[in-house]
Ligand binder design. Structure first.
Ligand code: SF4
Length: 392
């Protein structure tokens, strides 16, 4: 039964119990869309990170990852200053494949995901590029829905290609959530940060139209204060607040290893992505609950592996399950638990885990290390372990 119908049936007795009860018991954006409750913009100001999270230390090791990233396209229509994919020469120098994931290859990924013991919590159709550049994105969502591989199917986009029928097609295919990154409050800002000529009124109208057909798909909008400027925060919230379910102004974060965003944007970063404290983290939690499939079927240990220095296999040669439980992933996990992250040429420079409110499993590292020490030597990768032995 569609969520909106459920809401309508449940609303009659629920209304008698008052708004605080409603807010606790029902998804607010469903109520809002169904016309029962109008959220003020200030009530929508929430970071995109979920607050209710499983304590990873209690559930690791996972035989099924919680999150699988699949990149529908490693290419992008923007050239953002704050993103490695925006620098075409830099990407070229890595030899990284720039293009779409083919539909037949995607079917192989879905089939592999079906081999895990459980459903994923999240299938994230996004990694390095702009997912909407792949015209098969709606098919990918529909096929994942039909295969019932994940509780949530989401994507992240710059929103530029959401016009026309694309938005509604994504929703009808079964998209659960869309994160839209806004890269300017006017044409000049868009040009400055993305080198794209954006017709701002049209862009806004597209988002408005999309929100009106977004149904049960949660629409999350964010920007960064470095893009819009501190003095235009209210303008941002007022401009986009009516066309989303959640909205937030983040801080720019140096999340990409080996990509100096401070230098490229001419900024100094002093706080975390959500205004949080920057922490000294030893163990990367992402290695233990997520894995990423690139648009050429190579597999990366994590989603910030823009340069492919953290490749752990390819679905052309192995299954995703075998790679998830395989020697390279296990070796990365073991090395992190041993406190060797700083010695790795990529992980050692990664600020994703220090700046972006990542789950912190350092307190459980001792307990987890006992488990990972039991992995037989012949099921570990000498090459990966050696990469953590480097002297600074
Ligand atoms: S530390 Fe950073 S680069 Fe290394 S695996 Fe974790 S997220 Fe990726």
């Amino acid at each position: 039964m569609p969520a909106k119908t459920v809401v309508q049936i449940l609303m009659v007795p629920a209304q008698a119990l008052g708004q605080p009860f409603l807010q606790k018991c029902y998804n607010a954006h469903m109520l809002q869309r169904a016309g029962f409750m109008r959220l003020e913009i200030k009530e929508k100001i929430q970071p995109r990170i979920e607050s209710a999270r499983t304590v990873l230390g209690d559930v690791i090791p996972l035989t099924t990852p919680y999150v699988v990233f699949i990149d529908p396209s490693s290419a992008c229509n923007f050239k953002c200053t704050f993103c490695p994919t925006g620098d075409r020469e830099l990407i070229k120098s890595t030899g990284r494949y720039q293009g779409n994931l083919h539909l037949d290859q995607y079917m192989k990924v879905l089939s592999d995901i079906g081999e895990f013991d459980k459903r994923l919590k999240v299938l994230r159709l996004y990694k390095d590029g702009e997912p909407l550049l792949n015209r098969h994105l709606p098919d990918m969502i529909r096929m994942a829905r039909e295969a019932d591989v994940a509780d949530v199917i989401d994507t992240t986009t710059n929103g530029y290609l959401l016009g026309g029928e694309m938005g509604e097609t994504l929703v009808k295919a079964g998209l659960s959530r869309i994160n839209i990154s806004i890269d300017g409050l006017d044409e000049a800002q868009f040009w400055k940060f993305t080198k794209a000529k954006v017709d701002f009124p049209k862009f806004l109208a597209n988002l408005k139209d999309f929100y009106s057909v977004s149904g049960d798909c949660e629409v999350v909008i964010k920007t960064t204060k470095e893009i819009i400027g501190e003095d235009r925060k209210d303008e941002f919230l007022n401009t986009f607040g009516d066309y989303c379910d959640r909205i937030f102004v983040e801080n720019t974060s140096p999340c990409w290893p080996d990509f100096d965003v401070e230098e490229r944007m001419g900024i100094t970063i002093e706080t975390g992505l959500y205004g949080n404290e920057i922490l000294d983290v030893k163990t990367c939690p992402y290695l233990f609950y997520s894995i990423s499939v690139n648009s050429d079927l190579s597999v990366s240990a994590c989603f910030v592996d823009w340069s492919r220095g953290l490749k752990v296999g390819s679905l052309k040669e192995a299954s995703l399950k075998d790679i998830w439980l395989g020697a390279e992933m296990q070796s990365h996990r073991l090395a992190h638990l041993q406190g060797k992250r700083d010695a790795h040429s990529i992980c050692g420079k990664c600020s994703q885990i220090t700046h972006c409110k990542a789950d912190n499993i350092d307190a459980d590292a001792g307990k987890l290390l006992d488990l990972y020490r039991q992995v037989p030597e012949d099921q570990l990768s000498a090459k990966v372990l050696k990469a953590y032995e480097r002297e600074h």
